[in-house]
Design a protein around this ligand. Structure first.
Ligand code: HXC
Ligand code: NAP
Length: 287
């Protein structure tokens, strides 16, 4: 057993159709690949048609699975409705939605234009609630069960300087996740979230640790488990939360960050830097 291996039995998602927003790159692509390996039909969408079409072609070759790529800007409700229509035309029914698309960059907040703030919140929060509303209304009208899985971050509840628009957007998504878990439970619609710590992707690393920052602030160094995340371990968790194996879990947010956020909040976490000799000295002083 290893955290870099898939943990589900083959065919676990046979007959299920899952939509992943931002599914052509990074974590969305990795989670999609695993769902395809498990037999799911996959719908991927994002703004860049060429990127998702290329990803769909590669994913078909890598897994032998069925992938539909539909270009969509999740900030445009009619485009979101079109993705759902296309998914149903291709595969009959949508069973799960993975709200993964996001936008982010680092900046002191006072340097942001109001448009820069809007652009991130619009993708992260407005985009997520548009997709959720369109899919939820569709499921409710047809009396179908469904499962939402939203990708947030640990700073959705702590907040974080230098990524304030993203923190505001993700906090909203967290509220959406928990609110609808209760309100839509009567329709057999579940709503959960995952809060990942650092998982290397081109999209995140280029925007959040540009240039020398990645060397200066190695994320692995501040994580108690001393490493960043592996895409497969996130894919295992996503598959579980989207699947019927988690049928009794709703409104939950699962953190997968090697202990990072708790360590950063722990008053005395800095004592990790104390050498053994210093602890010996302190012990002598005490006696
Ligand atoms: C300050 C910036 C900026 C930056 C853009 N803007 N980048 N301001 N610092 N680095 C401002 C622009 O000046 C402009 O405002 C406004 O934002 C819109 O910029 P555009 O380039 O026109 O926007 P657009 O082409 O729509 O691109 C959106 C984007 C881009 C969010 C800026 O980065 C993007 O496409 N991102 C999608 C993918 C992504 O971000 N992935 C990372 C997710 S990682 P003005 O006023 O000048 O017009 C993540 C991890 C979280 O979320 C947790 C990690 C642990
Ligand atoms: P990524 O590859 O940049 O993924 C973001 C995706 O969102 C892209 O495919 C992008 O495609 C899509 N997107 C952006 N704006 C969109 C819009 N308006 N409409 C539709 N799609 C849009 O980055 P990632 O690291 O894999 O991030 C995936 C998710 O994980 C995000 O929710 C992020 O916040 C979260 N996360 C990541 C980390 C990490 O360490 N990587 C940590 C915590 C949380 P287009 O540009 O083609 O639209």
């Amino acid at each position: 057993m290893n955290h870099t291996e898939g943990m589900f039995k083959p065919g676990a998602f046979k007959g299920k159709t899952i939509l992943i927003t931002g599914g052509g790159t990074g974590l969305g692509r990795s989670m999609g690949k695993y769902l395809l390996e498990l037999g799911a039909n996959l719908v991927i969408s994002s703004r860049k048609k060429d990127v998702i079409e290329k990803a769909a072609e590669e994913l078909r070759e890598e897994t032998g699975g069925k992938v539909l790529a539909v270009a969509c800007d999740i900030r445009k409700y009619d485009e979101v409705e079109n993705v759902i229509k296309m998914a149903e035309a291709e595969f009959g029914q949508l069973h799960g939605v993975l709200n993964n698309a996001a936008g982010n960059f680092i900046s002191p907040t006072e340097r942001l234009s109001h448009r820069a703030f809007d652009i991130v919140v619009d993708i992260v929060l407005r985009g997520t609630y548009y997709v959720t509303l369109a899919a939820g209304k569709n499921w409710i009208a047809k009396g179908q069960a469904g499962s939402f899985l939203n990708i947030v971050t640990t700073y959705a509840w702590t907040g974080s300087g230098y990524v304030v628009p993203s923190a505001c957007g993700k906090a909203g998504v967290l509220a959406l996740t928990r609110s609808l878990a209760v309100e839509w439970a009567k329709y057999k619609i579940r709503s959960n979230a995952i809060a990942p710590g650092p998982f290397p992707t081109e999209g995140a690393w280029s925007r959040l640790m540009p240039g020398e920052l990645v060397k200066k602030f190695d994320p692995a160094a501040r994580i108690p488990l001393k490493r960043v995340g592996e895409h497969q371990e996130l894919a295992n968790l996503a598959a579980y939360l989207l699947s019927d194996y988690s049928a009794y879990i709703t409104g939950e947010v699962v953190t997968i960050d090697g202990g990072e956020w708790l360590r950063n909040g722990g008053e005395f976490s800095y004592l990790e830097d104390l050498k053994t000799e210093m602890w010996d000295q302190l012990e002598k002083m005490r006696k």
